[in-house]
Design a protein around this ligand. Structure first.
Ligand code: MN
Length: 145
């Protein structure tokens, strides 16, 4: 379970994204007007931000720059969602701060996989195996003989 902020001006898409994320047990905050996104980010303290790129007023590129400019959000994973992405867009989207991006129409499975990957705490992944004492003895008994 994670706190996730979704910024998307399309009513059907924001409902789809929020429903999918809530079905996975996440605490989701959705914003349709990107001018409210920074306030929502401060209020919700998201562990993941999902933003549309094509947004009126403040587009997704600008929003990502605004997030990255604040220390609080500098390292928060961002997934961008875009209706089209050429090679130039890819670079532009990643340079603005996106850790991942999906093209619309989204595949529900890829969306879920991408969210899970972005929320995965990479450095802690193998700690459990290393510190599990029950796995030590049999290994030593087997030895290297
Ligand atoms: Mn849009």
């Amino acid at each position: 379970m994670a706190r996730i902020l979704v910024v998307e001006d399309n009513a059907l898409n924001i409902k789809l994204f929020c429903d999918l994320l809530r079905a996975h047990g996440h605490d989701v905050s959705g914003v349709m007007d990107s001018r409210e996104a920074m306030d929502a980010a401060h209020a919700h303290d998201p562990e993941l931000v999902i933003t549309d790129i094509q947004l009126p007023h403040i587009d997704g590129i600008e929003l990502m720059r605004m997030l990255r400019a604040e220390e609080k959000f500098a390292a928060v994973p961002i997934m961008a969602v875009t209706a089209y992405a050429g090679e130039g867009d890819d670079k532009r989207i990643r340079a603005a701060g996106a850790n991942a991006y999906l093209e619309k129409p989204i595949s529900v499975m890829r969306f879920a996989e991408s969210v899970a990957a972005l929320l995965e705490p990479l450095p802690d992944k193998e700690k459990g195996a290393e510190t599990d004492p029950s796995s030590q003895a049999p290994n030593e008994a087997d030895g290297l003989t």
